[in-house]
Design a protein around this ligand. Structure first.
Ligand SMILES: Cc1cc2nc3c(=O)[nH]c(=O)nc-3n(C[C@H](O)[C@H](O)[C@H](O)COP(=O)(O)OP(=O)(O)OC[C@H]3O[C@@H](n4cnc5c(N)ncnc54)[C@H](O)[C@@H]3O)c2cc1C
Length: 434
């Protein structure tokens, strides 16, 4: 089934606190008739919007199509955490791709955070970017690991924004008895994801890009120009950037082979203006070391935004609310009984190595996807370096595209059940604490 329509109403933002707290613009017109462009972008999340913005600023005629609305996908529903680095630590990357490429990758990840912060400062103050993301761990071994990582980053990359936390200092900051310690990264931050996406769309248009909403690209024919088919038109373009991530239907088999959709879920409580500091001492975001990661923070109106459950089949499970409440209460018994006002889910693309999959699908077709829960900052960078590659500077694209991203085993028929089996095993280990 087409992931674009499995869990959502066509053209409507999901019932999230983000949508409820945003002044949503009216839908943009769908593509009608035949259009030509220098660059066609498929997908209006951070990846596609940054690609469109960057290419339009470089003077290209850019047309972006989204099947629903800009920021409809993961970019408008996520945990809002713009984290440092990749899903694999720098020591892992050094061992796999060599010290030189690992350094270039690190620089790009740092640039991704800077670009996001600067954009919010200049164009999207309403996205309320705030610094500080803590990482909580459940065992003394995990604490040692993250402290060693922090020391490695300080020594070899000059990154000294990470404060190691022992058990007592972690507990003073994040008021759960379950964490053994962790880190506080002052160089990461969190923001309102949907307002950030909408501001990117606004700026892309201001730079000259055309955005069509309610416009699914149903077929892609390679060639020069490449031709994209939509229900009410066609788009011929010299270059194409695919940025559909976990929502991309099967129009590009090379992408589907390496990027699989999974779902993650978030609940927003009632506002807790008087008691929020019984949970977090400071206005930071937190993620933890569970395989099915818990991630949370407070909104600007002091709702607790708690994300945690995952599912691996295309359809959302029925009991999202109950599962999130149980996970939240296990960490923070002090929140028992608070009202939940919003619950929503979203689909994200993951890869085998949980690293971004940047690919050349054809001489003039690029794809960026599979950010695996680490895409708030990195997907924007992917969009930017794909646009750079289109304008003739492929250096950074080639480095990120060299990350090891094997195809999922099992082929089209078996990969989803195999992934479900593997993920379920790891989630079980989370629950058993092994
Ligand atoms: C619940 C949740 C929590 C998350 N939390 C975090 C977090 O805290 N930190 C973090 O770093 N990452 C997080 N992520 C991941 C992060 O949100 C994504 O990595 C990032 O938003 C990916 O952006 P994107 O532009 O590549 O994809 P998306 O934002 O998903 O955008 C893809 C767009 O493409 C469109 N599309 C797809 N196919 C077509 C087509 N054929 N034609 C037209 N349009 C098409 C879709 O409609 C969609 O709008 C989370 C994800 C979810 C779902």
């Amino acid at each position: 089934m087409n992931p674009l329509y499995r869990n959502d109403t066509p053209g409507a933002y999901p019932p999230s606190w983000y949508a409820a707290s945003t002044d949503l613009p009216p839908p943009r017109a769908a593509l009608e008739g035949d259009r030509r462009a220098d660059l066609a972008v498929v997908g209006g999340g951070y990846t596609g919007l940054w690609a469109a913005l960057t290419a339009a600023r470089a003077g290209l005629d850019v047309v972006l199509c989204d099947a629903h609305r800009v920021g409809f996908g993961a970019s408008g529903r996520n945990g809002g955490q713009a984290s440092t680095g990749y899903n694999k630590d720098q020591r892992w990357l050094e061992a796999r791709v060599g010290a030189g490429a690992a350094r270039q990758l690190w620089d790009m990840a740092e640039d991704a955070k800077t670009q996001l912060r600067d954009f919010c400062f200049d164009h999207a103050p309403e996205a309320e970017y705030r610094p500080g993301v803590a990482y909580g761990t459940y065992s003394a071994g995990d604490v040692r690991h993250v402290h060693d990582d922090a020391a490695h980053l300080a020594r070899h990359y000059g990154y000294d924004s990470i404060e190691p936390l022992d058990r007592a200092s972690m507990r003073a900051l994040v008021k759960t008895p379950l964490y053994h310690g962790g880190i506080l990264d002052h160089g990461s931050g969190h923001l309102h994801p949907l307002r950030y996406a909408l501001a990117l769309a606004r700026e892309a248009e201001a730079a000259g890009a055309t955005i069509h909403e309610l416009t699914e690209v149903t077929a892609l024919n390679p060639g020069e120009p490449a031709m994209l088919t939509t229900p009410t038109g066609t788009l011929r373009a010299h270059h194409v950037i695919l940025a559909g991530n976990g929502y991309l239907p099967g129009i590009a088999p090379a992408v589907s082979a390496r990027v699989m959709p999974i779902n993650s879920f978030i609940a927003a409580t009632e506002p807790l203006p008087d008691s929020w500091q019984e949970v977090l001492a400071r206005d930071i975001a937190v993620a933890d070391s569970k395989f099915v990661v818990n991630y949370y923070r407070f909104s600007e109106d002091r709702r607790f935004l708690f994300g945690g459950r995952e599912s691996y089949s295309l359809g959302f499970p029925t009991d999202i609310r109950g599962a999130l409440i149980r996970r939240m209460a296990a960490l923070f018994p002090q929140l028992e009984g608070v009202r939940i006002d919003h619950v929503w889910g979203g689909t994200l693309g993951i890869t085998m190595t949980r690293l971004p999959a940047l690919q050349r699908i054809g001489p003039n077709i690029l794809s960026g996807a599979g950010f695996s829960g680490h895409g708030v900052a990195l997907s924007g960078m992917a969009g930017r370096i794909m646009a750079e590659a289109v304008t003739g500077q492929a250096g950074r694209f080639d480095v990120m595209a060299s990350l090891p991203i094997p195809v999922f085993p099992g082929g089209a028929a078996l990969r989803a059940p195999l992934l479900t089996l593997g993920m379920t095993w790891y989630s079980l280990r989370d629950r058993l604490g092994i």
